[in-house]
Ligand binder design. Structure first.
Ligand code: SAM
Length: 367
C-alpha cells in the first residue's frame, strides 16, 4: 500500500472517528457543528474504501456502526437549519453509538435500525440464487435456500438461543445456526440423509462454539428425552418447519415420511401431529416459521400452504405474516419451462413461481 496515503488502519480509524464524533456534542454554534461534520465526512470518505467491512465496531461489542447510515446521519446534522435541530440529531446519533435497544426476540439494535438494510421486512422475498457460503452446497434435492433460515434466525432469535428444525434434511438450518451463533437441534427421519448431512454440518466452522445436535427420528414421535438428549435446556426459542410438500418429492419409502401419504387429508393430519408434538417445546411469545409450496393434482391447484397454515392455527398460535418467496429455477426446470408454459396455456392454470413462509407466534393459553 502507498505509504504517503493518509488513511488509517481500521482500529486507528475507529478510535479517531469515535473521538471526532464525540466532539460534536461540544460544538457551540451551527457553523462549528457543520465544520465538524464536514471534517468527519471527509475522514470517512478517505478511509472507507480501505476498510475490511462497511461496519465499524463502536467500542461496545454489540453495537456496529454502518458507515453508510453514519454518513447520512452526519449530513442530516450538517444540513440542519438551526443549531437546536442539529444538536437534537447529534444527541440521537451519540446515544445510538453507545446504547443499544433490542426486543426479547432478536439482537437487532433498534437505535441503529438503519444499519440492518439486509434484513427483509417486506412480504415478498426474491432471491436470485442460493448462498453458497460455508458448507452450503445445495446437494440435497428438496432443500431450501440458506437465505430463508438466515433471515428468520436473525429476525426471531438472539445469539445462544435454541432452534428446532423437525424436518432437517441436509441441515441448512443447522449450518446457519453455526454461522450465526444459535444452538440447533435437527430431526430427520431418513438415516442416510442424517449420515450425509452430519458430515456437511461438521465441516462448517463453529466460531461461536454453539451446540448442534442431529437426531434420526420421526418428528411426530420424538420424545422430550430424545430431543433434549444432548442439550442443557428444555425449550426452544424458534422452530422452523420445512415439511415435504405432500408427495411432490418422495423423500424415502418410510410410511411415517410425510411425503408418503397419498391423500391430502392424511398428509395434513400427519403434519398436524408433528406440530402438536414440537409446539410443546416452544417458549410462549416466541415464533415458528413454516416454509411450504402448493401442488397440482388431477388438474386442481391444492393450496397446501393455506391448508397447513390452518392446521397450525388450530393451536395456540397467531399468524404474524405470510411471506411469498420466488421459486428459483433449478436447472432441470429451466430446460422444461417451455413445456410447462405450453401445459399452462392448454390447461388454464399458472405455473408455480412462488412458495410461502408463514410466521406464527405462540400465544400463552390459547389452545
Ligand atoms: C423439504 S425437506 C427439508 C429440507 C431442509 N430444509 C434442507 O434444507 O435440506 C423435508 C424433510 O423432512 C423429512 N421428513 C419427512 N417426514 C418426516 C418425519 N415424520 N419426521 C422427520 N423428518 C421427516 C424428509 O426426509 C426430508 O428430508
Amino acid at each position: 500500500m502507498d505509504s504517503h496515503f493518509s488513511h488509517f488502519s481500521d482500529e486507528k480509524f475507529q478510535n479517531e472517528l469515535l473521538g471526532k464524533l464525540n466532539l460534536l456534542q461540544y460544538c457551540k454554534s451551527i457553523d462549528e457543528l457543520r465544520a465538524t461534520c464536514n471534517l468527519i465526512l471527509d475522514m470517512i470518505r478517505l478511509n472507507h474504501d480501505f476498510m475490511a467491512s462497511d461496519f465499524l465496531p463502536s467500542g461496545d461489542a454489540d453495537i456496529k456502526i454502518g458507515l453508510e447510515s453514519l454518513t447520512k446521519e452526519l449530513k442530516q446534522i450538517r444540513d440542519s437549519f438551526t443549531f437546536e435541530r442539529g444538536m437534537y440529531y447529534t444527541r440521537r446519533l451519540l446515544k445510538s453509538l453507545t446504547q443499544s435497544r433490542t426486543t426479547k426476540i432478536n439482537d437487532i439494535n433498534l437505535l441503529r435500525w438503519k444499519d440492518y438494510g439486509d434484513i427483509l421486512t417486506d412480504s415478498f422475498w426474491s432471491f436470485e440464487r442460493r448462498t453458497r457460503q460455508g458448507s452450503h452446497s445445495g446437494w440435497y434435492w428438496g432443500n431450501f435456500v440458506p437465505q430463508i433460515p438466515n433471515q428468520l434466525l436473525r429476525r426471531y432469535t438472539k445469539q445462544n438461543d435454541w432452534v428446532l428444525d423437525p424436518f432437517s434434511g441436509s441441515g441448512t438450518t443447522l449450518i446457519e445456526c453455526k454461522r450465526l451463533g444459535r444452538n440447533g437441534v435437527g430431526i430427520e427421519l431418513n438415516p442416510a440423509v442424517v449420515q450425509e448431512s452430519k458430515k456437511v454440518i461438521d465441516a462448517e466452522d463453529n466460531p461461536f462454539n454453539v451446540k448442534i445436535n442431529l437426531l434420526n427420528a420421526d418428528s411426530s414421535a420424538a420424545t422430550k428425552e430424545d430431543i433434549f438428549a444432548d442439550a442443557p435446556v428444555s425449550s426452544f426459542q424458534f422452530i422452523i418447519l420445512h415439511p415435504p410438500y405432500s408427495n411432490i418429492i418422495r423423500f424415502s419409502k418410510d410410511s411415517r415420511d410425510l411425503s408418503n401419504f397419498e391423500s391430502t387429508s392424511d398428509f395434513l393430519s400427519a403434519f398436524e401431529k408433528i406440530v402438536e408434538n414440537v409446539k410443546t417445546y416452544l417458549d410462549d411469545g416466541r415464533y415458528m416459521g413454516l416454509v411450504i409450496g402448493d401442488k397440482f393434482s388431477h388438474g386442481e391447484w391444492i393450496p397446501l400452504g393455506f391448508m397447513t397454515m390452518n392446521q397450525v392455527l388450530k393451536h395456540e398460535f397467531t399468524l404474524k405474516s405470510i411471506v411469498v418467496k420466488n421459486f428459483e429455477d433449478t436447472r432441470g426446470k429451466r430446460n422444461s419451462s417451455d413445456l410447462w408454459r405450453y401445459r399452462a396455456l392448454l390447461g388454464g392454470y399458472y405455473v408455480f413461481k412462488h412458495e410461502y413462509i408463514f410466521i406464527f407466534r405462540k400465544e400463552k393459553g390459547r389452545d
